[in-house]
Every structure is written in C-alpha cells, then in structure tokens.
Design a protein around this ligand. Structure first.
Ligand code: HEC
Length: 129
C-alpha cells in the first residue's frame, strides 16, 4: 500500500510543478524595476529576431519591419512584444505566415530587445517621447 501513496504523491507533485510552470509568468514580463539596456537588446535581437525581422528591424522576406508605424507604442504596446515572444503570433497584419514562439528568449531578454526596438523607432521619428 505504501508504494501506492508514494506513487500518488509523486504524481501530484509532478502535476503541481507542471501547473506552476505554465502559470508562473503568463505575460512573460520581467520583475518590476528591471533595468533595460538597448545595447544588450541589440545583440539579443540579432541572435533571435533578425532572421525574420531583418537588420535594424527593417524587415526581411520572412517577417515584417518592426521599424514601422504599425508597431509604434500606441498601437503595439511593449506587452504585445512580450506576448509575441512567449506565444508566437498568428499572421494577421501581413502575408509572411505565423511567427513561432521564441521559448529561448527570457522575459528579461525580451525587455532588452523591446528597448532596442523602441530606440530605433524613436530615432526614426516613429514616435516622440
Ligand atoms: C521565424 C520568423 C520570426 C522570428 C524568428 C521572429 N518573428 Fe516576430 N513576427 C514574425 C512574423 C511573420 C510576424 C507577423 C505576423 C502578422 O502577420 O501579423 C511577426 C510579428 C511580430 C510582432 C507583432 C505582434 C502583434 O501583436 O501583431 C512582434 C512584436 C514581433 N514579431 C516581435 C519579435 C521579436 C521580439 C522576435 C525575437 C525575439 C521575433 N519577433 C522573432 C516572424 C518572426
């Protein structure tokens, strides 16, 4: 009988852990007060996003330019970036197909990338502070 309880508690622990993993950070946001850095964001962008969104976020044949009015903060808030990285994006604005989730990019790394992209947008005059 003992082994049955052991098995049962192992099973429950595994389920709990599974649930905790899934709900731990559904919005994929860093802790509040996290310091963002555009330079780190640039490197992370080049490693994880550039193959589709192009050098300096100017787009490629696989994905749209993020340096575009469509992605200004008033239209795609930072949260949209965090959710895109976590969940991927179903094609809805363009004809490039879906964006797959990017599980290798942490919430903190995403925040750095967003800072880099906002800097590019700001420099290009897409929005003003
Ligand atoms: C395999 C190609 C690919 C990669 C890699 C990729 N994206 Fe995308 N992404 C896309 C495509 C395609 C779309 C456009 C979907 C559509 O039609 O709206 C998109 C859309 C987006 C959007 C818009 C989301 C929305 O709500 O409309 C954001 C933000 C974004 N990507 C950020 C990123 C970031 C940040 C990275 C790197 C961590 C990244 N993407 C990596 C292909 C990619």
């Amino acid at each position: 009988m003992k082994w049955l309880w052991l098995l049962l508690s192992l099973f429950i622990t595994a389920c709990d852990r599974d649930r905790a993993d899934k709900d731990a950070n559904p919005l994929h946001l860093p802790p509040s007060g996290f310091q963002v850095d555009a330079d780190q964001g640039k490197k992370l962008y080049q490693q994880n996003c550039q193959q589709c969104h192009g050098p300096a976020a100017k787009g490629s044949e696989r994905g749209p330019a993020l340096l575009d009015n469509t992605y200004r903060p008033a239209h795609h808030a930072n949260l949209a970036f965090h959710l895109a990285v976590k969940n991927g994006v179903r094609a809805h604005h363009w004809q490039f197909g879906d964006m797959p989730p990017q599980p290798q990019v942490s919430p903190e790394q995403t925040a750095h990338i967003v800072q880099y992209i906002r800097q590019l947008q700001l420099d290009a005059g897409i929005f003003t502070e």
